[in-house]
Each structure stands twice: as structure tokens, then as C-alpha cells.
Design a protein around this ligand. Structure first.
Ligand code: F6P
Length: 524
């Protein structure tokens, strides 16, 4: 069955929200808070080790109840069930969307179990040093060659779980930028390095080109038969991987129903598994599974991904906020935003609805941000006193992993203080100097998690996966395809042909022709 296709702007709830927005838009959070002393205690969700405070938003109980009505009218519950039951909800690619099946510990598919077992065995041998390279030495370095979903998830998680890492050094070659590849290879010893070529399609230009460069580099010191010990592949395209010269045993399969940007839970997570060991990888999956269960079963009003998605829609479509920020008060999460950018923007950057009609309302938000407290000394000025409304998610942990509480208290005091300063500002205080005035009324969500563990990280990532799905359902778009990246790939192929032939005249557009011409002249 197809996903419901309902234009959200034609629902009763949407119309009611438009009217409601007129009442709310000028209201100050400071007034709303002082009128309702129970607000902070009510607008929160406690779930496992998570505490979500969403009270610092420009919403009232009525806003939430209208947004929940919107979720009902667009048939969100039905859509969630359709996704989890494996219906082909990625209709434009005729695929099911089952990344949640990769972590479904209640009902694990045999092929998922088999792949996990293969990952467990392989990573164990690498970690304990029994796996030997072509000169009989153990592996010390692992290089993940892949881009987009075949890079961002593994890199984000291996960085986030630094505390849980073993002795292996993990590197990522993603960019086709040859200088970066050389910089990375210069630090490696072919005798002790394992390369994991990660590409769901095994057709991605950057990945295949980089993998070839790396193979040539390797063969300067080794022979063809040594490749087997140093190159493995993760792919849904077994033939493509074999054609590249990877032996069957060295291919870790992935399924068609796993989207690239949701694939870190699959064999794409092999580098994570090697970096932190299988047990930790499994706990990451378990955390995601628990969030899946929460998302599937919990009433919407207590459902973290649903509430965060609805609030985000409220700002995006009614306040017309163009972007939202995510600021994690943990250096470990410094790669979270690039990961979310692909997940959210590749999924919801769409302007045609599920009926194939051009959309006349706003869809995907721009996600940006970095880590606190660094960001306070960079772009927070604009959050506090700029002209744009930028709803921001603050993420932090109660415990410091190394127990450096002296710093941790300062870090978290800054988290809490910023969310307070943003909503409260200097409203109703006499500030003579207009440059020192803070209007406040700036919305934030606070996600306070007990401790950064593989499990809580898994839940956090799954939270954002479900949030973006809910938003896609409301906006009546297909979140799981990414046709928007294809045109650029084709144009790049034509442009490369012109460059390789040294003939700028082969380029179609006048402006690009000039650029290519200059590029060729500079090279000669
Ligand atoms: O071009 C975008 C994209 O298809 C992403 O969706 C994907 O994560 C990335 O390229 C890499 O694709 P692959 O894993 O097939 O190499």
C-alpha cells in the first residue's frame, strides 16, 4: 500500500494552526512562563536516560494539541506502521525502508544475523591481532574508503565513541581530493593497513577512483595476491565489488532496503565494529532499537521524535524559520552535524509531493551547528541578537566520561545558561544601551542524556532518523530517495570528459566553459 498522500496545508489542523500562529507570534516566552508556573515541569519527556525539555519554545498547550491533530490528519500512525512493516514506502525507487530491521532484536532477519556474525568474527580477529597482513604482521590501521552515507555515519560514530576505542587507528578517505588521499596514505604502512571499500552501489565515482589510487599505492609494495588480505568491500552490489577484484569472502553484504544515509547499522558499520569491538557495536544497535520501540509504541504526546518533529514543523512552516541548529556540548559529537546534514537534508530537501505535484509550502530545514562551548565564541552572537529565528537543539550529558568534573560543570553550566539567555534575554529589564539589549524569545530544545555510551548514542541517532521521517510524512514528500544528487553527477562526467580531452568547447554553458578554459590554461 502507498503512503497516505495528504496536502498538509489543506487539513483542518493546518488552518487552525495558521489562526493560532497569529495569536502566538508576538507572544513572549517570558510572559508565557510567568503565567504558567507548571510549564517547565510539564513540557518535558523523560525516557530511559534521556530528558527532553521542550518548554523553551514559542508554543502553548494549544499549539501542541493542534500539531498532534495535524499528525493525526496526515495519518502519521499509519505511515509509521507501514515503514516498520516493510512496505515499499520508498516508492520512487520501489524499495522498502528497513534500517530499523538491522537492529530489531525482537525479530531479527536471518540475513541480518548472518552479516552481524560475519562482522563479529572478522572484527575480533583484527582486534586481537590474529588477522595478519601480507608480511605476517597484525593490522594497526583501518581505512574506510567511501562517501556520503558510506562515510559520515561511521566517522561520526567512531569519533563519538572515542572513549570506547581500542588500539586500532581508523582513517577515512572520502573526498576525491587527491591531496587528501596522498596526505592520508603518507601516514600508512601497507603491511599493517586494512582497506574497507564501502559503497552500497559500488558505482560511486569518488569511491571507485579513490579505491583504485589506493590499490595502486598498495601494489607498489605488494603483489596482486596480497590484495585479498588488505582489501574488503561492503556493498549491495556483489558483482561490482568482485569486478573490482575483491574476493567473495571479503564482501560484506548490505541490503537493498537500507538507504545509504541510514546504513551505519549495517555492514557499513564495519569500521565502527573494528574500532570499538562487536559488543559496543551491538549496544549501539540496541540503543537504536529501544528508540524504535519508543517511537512505534509511545503516544505521540510523549514521543520524543514526534514532538521534536512537530515543533520543527511549527517553526519551519509558520514562523518561516529557514534553518535550525544543533549544538552538542560534547567534543565527542563534533561530527554529529555533518552526519545530520546528510540525513536530514538529503531526505527532506524536496519540492514535489507524493502525488508528483510541485509544493507551495516549505519543506526540509537547513541543519547546521557544531559543538558547545566553542560555538558560543563563534556564531552565537547571531542566535542572540541577529534578525533570524533559529530554533536550536542543545545536546549534553550529565556525566563526564573521564570524570573531569571540574571542566564538565563549566561546560554544562554554559549549556544551561545559553538556553536560558536565549529565551529570557533582557526582556522587561531596563537596558539603556540598545546594543546590549537582548530580545530573548529564542527557542531551544534541551536534550540531556545521562552519559555518552554506545547505547545512548544509538538512541540519539535513531531519534533524529525518526524525526526526519515524521517531518517528511507531514510535508507529503518522499524522504527516502535522493534524485536531487543525480544531475550534478551526470554533468560532472561530461565536464571531466572535456577536461581530459583538453577541450573547453565541449562544455555547454558559457560560464563553465570559461572556467574550464582557465583551468586548462593554468595547468599547461
Ligand atoms: O550521491 C548521494 C549518494 O547516493 C548518497 O545517498 C550515498 O550515501 C552516497 O551517494 C554514497 O553512495 P554509495 O554507498 O552507493 O557509494
Amino acid at each position: 500500500m502507498s503512503l497516505p498522500s495528504i496536502n498538509p496545508t489543506k487539513t483542518e489542523a493546518w488552518k487552525a494552526l495558521e489562526n493560532h500562529f497569529q495569536e502566538i507570534k508576538a507572544r513572549q516566552m517570558q510572559d508565557i512562563f510567568s503565567e504558567d508556573t507548571t510549564r517547565a515541569a510539564r513540557l518535558k519527556i523523560e525516557w530511559q536516560d534521556f530528558y527532553l525539555d521542550y518548554s523553551k519554545n514559542r508554543i502553548t498547550d494549544e499549539t501542541i494539541s493542534l500539531l498532534l491533530k495535524l499528525a493525526e490528519e496526515v495519518k502519521l500512525k499509519e505511515a509509521i506502521n507501514q515503514q516498520f512493516s516493510g512496505e515499499k514506502i520508498n516508492e520512487t525507487e520501489n524499495r522498502a525502508v528497513l534500517h530499523s530491521a538491522l537492529r530489531d532484536f525482537e525479530n531479527m532477519k536471518p540475513e541480518v544475523k548472518a552479516t552481524l556474525q560475519k562482522m563479529e568474527l572478522f572484527s575480533k580477529e583484527i582486534i586481537n591481532g590474529n588477522y595478519k597482513g601480507f608480511t605476517g604482521k597484525s593490522i594497526t590501521d583501518i581505512v574506510n574508503i567511501g562517501i556520503g552515507g558510506s562515510h559520515l555515519g561511521p566517522e561520526m560514530v567512531t569519533e563519538a565513541l572515542q572513549f570506547y576505542r581500542n588500539h586500532l587507528k581508523i582513517h577515512f578517505i572520502a573526498n576525491i581530493d587527491g591531496d587528501d588521499v596522498v596526505e592520508k596514505l603518507n601516514k600508512l604502512n601497507p603491511e599493517t593497513t586494512l582497506f574497507i571499500i564501502v559503497s552500497k552501489s559500488f558505482t560511486t565515482q569518488e569511491t571507485l577512483a579513490n579505491a583504485s589510487v589506493v590499490r595502486d599505492w598498495f601494489l607498489k609494495n605488494a603483489t596482486e595476491k596480497d590484495i585479498e588480505k588488505h582489501f574488503v568491500a561492503v556493498s549491495a552490489n556483489e558483482i561490482g565489488a568482485k569486478d573490482f577484484g575483491i574476493s567473495e569472502n571479503n564482501i560484506f553484504p548490505m541490503q537493498d532496503w537500507v538507504g545509504g544515509r541510514f546504513s551505519l547499522w549495517s555492514s557499513v558499520g564495519l569500521s565502527i565494529c573494528c574500532a570499538v569491538g562487536f559488543k559496543n557495536f551491538e549496544n549501539l544497535l540496541k540503543g537504536a532499537f529501544e528508540m524504535d520501540t519508543h517511537f512505534k509504541r509511545e503516544e505521540f504526546e510523549n514521543n520524543i521524535p514526534v514532538i521534536l518533529a512537530l515543533i520543527s514543523v511549527w517553526y519551519n512552516n509558520f514562523f518561516k524559520s529557514e534553518s535550525e541548529a544543533v549544538v552538542a556540548y560534547s567534543q565527542y559529537l563534533h561530527k554529529l552535524v555533518p552526519y545530520l546534514q546528510q540525513a536530514v537534508m538529503e531526505s527532506n530537501g524536496k519540492s514535489v509531493d507524493r502525488n508528483g505535484e510541485k509544493i507551495n509550502y516549505q519543506t526540509g530545514t537547513i541543519v547546521w551547528g557544531s559543538v558547545g562551548s566553542n560555538s558560543q565564541h563563534a556564531y552565537f552572537q547571531l542566535l542572540h541578537q541577529g534578525t533570524k529565528l533559529i530554533p536550536t537543539d542543545f545536546i549534553g550529558f550529565s556525566e563526564s566520561l573521564h570524570g573531569n568534573m571540574q571542566n564538565h560543570k563549566i561546560l554544562m553550566a554554559n549549556f544551561f545558561a545559553q538556553t536560558e539567555a536565549l529565551w529570557e534575554g533582557t526582556y522587561k529589564k531596563t537596558v539603556e544601551n540598545p546594543f546590549k539589549n537582548f530580545e530573548g524569545n529564542k527557542p531551544t530544545n534541551s536534550i540531556l542524556i545521562k552519559k555518552l555510551t554506545p547505547k545512548t548514542l544509538g538512541s540519539l541517532i535513531a531519534l533524529y532518523e525518526h524525526k526526519l521521517f515524521v517531518q517528511g510524512i507531514i510535508w507529503n514528500i518522499f524522504s527516502y530517495d535522493q534524485w536531487g544528487v543525480e544531475l550534478g553527477k551526470t554533468v560532472a562526467e561530461d565536464t571531466l570528459e572535456a577536461i581530459e580531452k583538453g577541450e573547453a568547447s565541449l562544455v555547454k554553458s558559457a560560464s563553465t566553459k570559461q572556467l574550464v578554459k582557465k583551468f586548462l590554461i593554468n595547468q599547461s
